[in-house]
Design a protein around this ligand. Sequence first.
Ligand code: SAH
Length: 211
Amino acid sequence: MVERHLRRRGIEEDAVLRAMAEVPRELFVPPELRSRAYSDGALRIGEGQTISQPWIVASMTALLELRGDERVLEVGTGSGYGAAVLSRCCREVVTIERYPSLARQARSLLEELGYENVEVRSGDGTRGAPDRAPFGGISVTATAEGGAPSTVLDQLAPGAALVCPVRRGDRENLVRVRNGVEEAIAPVRFVPLVEAPPADQVDGQDRDDKR
Ligand code: SAH
């Protein structure tokens, strides 16, 4: 996967390639899809959500230009795969997932696999994690309407980068924002970033978290 889907398609950062080689992607996808874990596609993970394709995960991580000592915020934990990859490239990851069920699954898998520098929260990621800001990098893995969420942008350290898929009209682009300047990277497709809590799961908070 690293040679075929990543290095050949322009991912050069050693730390990112190493992280992609190290993190066992097959454990983050449902058992019946394991045989496809290393093909370069997005896969379903439950609650109508997807685990992003390897090239996207690697690109978004590389675009943050991490040195290794940062605290990074991820909005949209999903399977926890992206957080695991990020965690190999920085000091600490705080990741937020809107579906308590997905947050719980990701939290226990990451714990089981020994990713000790990842904190999984459940709730509305568009509010960020003000108690842990500022962040040395922010990755939003669901599409925002019109622009990156401003509350999250405000939690970026000076000079640090945020990557986020943004929809404007019928165009969806991955953008990078740094020092208030937005740069379009590539056309992409992600699930939407949704601010309201899921209707079937009480108030968007994981009750397990409160114990
Ligand atoms: N990074 C993930 C891919 C996630 S797909 C992985 O590696 O598997 C996007 C995720 O964003 C979905 O799980 C979706 O539920 C979540 N999401 C959407 N809106 C959100 C919000 N406002 N706050 C937190 N998570 C959100």
